[in-house]
Write a new protein. Sequence first.
Length: 281
Amino acid sequence: MSKKRKKKRKLRVDRIIMVLVVFALIIFLANFIPYVIYNSNIYNSLPNAKNNTVVIKKKYSKLKLYNKTISYIKENNLNLKIQYKNAYVILPSKNISKNMSLKIEKSNKKLAYKNYSNDKSFVIENSNIIKNSDKFNISLPNYLLKNKYVDIYGVTKEGNVETIKLKNKAILPVLSLVGLVASILLVLRYTNVEITLFGILGLATIVVSNYVLILRTLQNDKTFKENFVDLLNILIPVIIIAIVFCCAPYLQLATLGMTMFWGIIVMFIYNIIITKVLIDK
């Protein structure tokens, strides 16, 4: 009887070991396969990098790239743009290293410094990823933007608070759009263009296009000039249609064409003289 019991116990242990091995293998494959797919996609996209920048999404807490991927980036002097949920970081090739920490340490808390007691703030620590970056972009909490401006401060090693930058960019796009609309209406007034429903539609199209231009400049890593050129390429067919509509015998189409024609010309001049100065990076 005792021998049989020992044999049964041995079989149970073997099965438990087998289940644990299978379970460990499943866990390994569940982590390894996504890692291989993630890195393969990044490596295959390297030759197609735009603006000398390789764009990846943050998937791990550390930079887990193939050695050959990192070598390619360094040899070709490419930048690495890491996209987070509400932020992105651009690293120059010289500062890229395998398994470097990608953690952005941020928090909402009240300050405890002299002259800033209990002031609500959004704190970003000078972490490793921030130190090594050439550019850092993050979406700010709504409570910071309700006054349409943001003060940026830094804290020295001695605990002193110093102003880094004082910007008022939140309201600049609005001011720029208001100025653009006023300029277009002024030109339409002096060129005796009659305002109709279709003309208002054309004006709205110009304003929305310019709003997209401003938004893209503020939210991505392209300069105002690059985004402006992209917009002009898109508007080329619109310009041709506007010129054709200017010659239309119907008043509604004619006013639409003239409004868009003069609107695009004014937008072009206004953006070069005014908007570029206000929002360019």
